[in-house]
Design a protein around this ligand. Structure first.
Ligand code: SAM
Ligand code: SF4
Ligand code: F3S
Length: 508
């Protein structure tokens, strides 16, 4: 008896965690229609390019991957895969790309992801060159997280869009206006995920700390109002807000097995005093399961640049926020985003950014050369910092960060840290010649990568383990598993994890 082979879907992801979460959702939605994920374009029946338009280079990567798929249509003719362009690149392109890539079947934006099965069905019926990039115009944002397989970690969208309109940034044009889910909906969603084995969540949005704007606080959650010496832009008194969500997660008995709450990304304007308090000890209003890590993009160390970028805060405000946070939670790990070569940036202004690294002592930075994005306010300014200067500043900044991180990472040697295991390390070269065992990799609560060798042959995927740190580089720690650290006690073994997220999936 001939059985029909299972159809396969490949989603190629570019961009931020939001796109990674969107990919997960697309794979899960197509999985509900019987499709299995694959990484091999040659065996895919459906190829989706989930593109990012934050910088020109990112768009090129998506378009060039699309170009590489042309051969499959040529070789297989009618039997070739359906090819679709999605993500922020799809949203902005609106079908222009059909002229250059006639083999492409359809284009869709992030708000059309839930319609993906219907769009694919439409293409299977022979329809081609259609576009679905309408923004969802409803005021409320309601969704339920979908994950494929069994995972210890999950990305959970809690808000979407961005109202900040930084002058350089395309995101408000690709993701639309800010909208938040309700606290109750997020709690119910998390309860479902925890019941399936999720132990760490990353609450996602472009500005998660402005979560709640527009949602009436009908359940009377605390704190009722947020304060920030920089100014006021987030949710108003009487609306739901992000610290309320964190406290509600902590208090929900259904979420006891949730060990870590992360969030990304956030903006200094919405980094309220109340949110800083969440990092403190329990008796001072702390949320015990909030991961001791903060990613707070700053973009530049120069006030003139910050003004031109439309960031609406001064560098002194940012430094004061980080200082307060560190005082309250000395073990916190901090990371940021930076742009070099923004229009008119002088050498001194670049050096202000470099100086900021010394002052704040970030664990990690994500630094980018300015790339003009069509339609943004900054794109009307002359892109007058030459490419070689941008490139020199970027390399200098990254090298400087590595020297700082070398010291901060080395200071962890000797400590024993709790690690959530994300999988086998890509490089097994920690093993010495002739040594038996495998190298696993995971993260600490402060988001540091830790690699360790195991010789027992156990499957540690998704487990929380104690690791004694014995070595360090500028980017990661290495250590030894503390074998009597209560493996069975900390991990009830009720879930067999099939896969996990890895930061290397995020290509920017
Ligand atoms: N919402 C977050 C925030 O407030 O920063 C993340 C925005 S974006 C997806 C990620 C990072 O890309 C930004 O923080 C910024 O450093 C960088 N970025 C955005 N637009 C850029 C541009 N036109 N050129 C270079 N880098 C850019
Ligand atoms: Fe872009 Fe600024 Fe919004 Fe971040 S806050 S997504 S950088 S506009
Ligand atoms: Fe993310 Fe890139 Fe879109 S950074 S929101 S995928 S433009």
């Amino acid at each position: 008896m001939n059985s029909t082979p299972t159809k396969k879907v490949l989603v190629k992801t570019f961009g931020c965690q939001m796109n990674v979460a969107d990919t997960e959702r697309m794979v899960a939605l197509m999985g509900e229609r019987g499709m299995e994920p694959t990484e091999n374009p040659k065996e895919a029946d459906l190829i989706i390019i989930n593109g990012c338009s934050v910088r020109e280079k990112a768009v090129h990567k998506a378009v060039s991957f699309l170009g590489e798929q042309q051969i499959l249509k040529k070789q297989k003719g009618e039997k070739g895969p359906i090819i679709a362009l999605g993500g922020c690149v799809g949203q902005l392109d609106k079908g222009e790309v059909f002229k250059r890539a006639p083999y492409l079947d359809f284009v869709f934006g992030p708000d059309a992801i839930d319609q993906l099965p219907e769009l694919v069905h439409k293409a299977e019926e022979g329809n081609r060159h259609f576009v679905q990039v309408e923004f969802d115009k409803t005021l409320a944002y309601s969704t339920q997280t979908k994950v494929h397989g069994s995972k210890a970690q999950a990305f959970v969208n809690i808000m979407k869009g961005c109202d900040k309109y930084c002058t350089y940034c395309i995101v408000p044009f690709t993701r639309g206006r800010e909208k938040s889910r309700t606290i109750q909906e997020v709690l119910d969603d998390l309860a479902g995920l925890v019941a399936k084995g999720v132990r760490e969540v990353t609450l996602l949005g472009q500005n998660v700390n402005s979560f709640g704007k527009g949602n009436p606080n009908t359940n009377g959650y605390e704190p009722k109002e947020l304060h920030n010496p920089i100014g006021k832009v987030g949710p108003r008194a009487g609306e739901e807000n992000f610290p309320q969500l964190l406290y509600a997660i902590e208090a929900d008995p259904r979420l006891e097995k949730l060990k870590r709450i992360r969030f990304t990304s956030s903006h200094p304007l919405d980094f309220s005093d109340e949110l800083i308090a969440c990092y403190g000890p329990k008796e001072k209003g702390g949320v015990t399961r909030l991961a001791k890590h903060l990613h707070l993009p700053v973009q530049s160390g120069s006030n003139r640049m910050l003004t031109k970028m439309g960031r609406h805060h001064q560098i002194e405000n940012y430094i004061a926020q980080m200082k307060r946070l560190k005082e309250l939670c000395p073990e916190v790990g901090m990371s940021t985003d930076l742009i070099v070569g923004f229009p008119t940036e002088s050498e001194e202004e670049y050096l202000d950014t470099r100086k900021l690294l010394d002052e704040v002592q970030f664990d990690n930075i994500y630094a980018f050369m300015y790339s003009p994005r069509p339609g943004t306010r900054a794109s009307k300014l002359p892109d007058d910092v030459p490419n070689d200067v941008k490139s020199r500043r970027l390399n200098d900044l990254l090298a400087h960060q590595l020297t700082i991180a070398k010291t901060t990472y080395a200071s962890r040697v000797g400590q024993t840290m709790e690690v959530l295991v994300e999988g086998l390390a890509k490089h097994q070269n920690m093993m010495k010649e002739g040594e038996k065992g495998r190298v696993w990799t995971g993260r600490t609560t402060c988001n540091r990568v830790v690699n360790f060798i195991d010789t027992t042959g156990r499957n540690y995927l998704g487990q929380l383990l104690m690791v004694k740190i014995t070595g360090s580089t500028s980017l990661s720690l290495s250590g030894e598993l503390v074998h009597d650290s209560g493996y069975a006690e900390r991990n009830d073994g009720s879930v067999q994890y099939t896969s996990s997220y890895s930061s290397s999936e995020v290509v920017q």
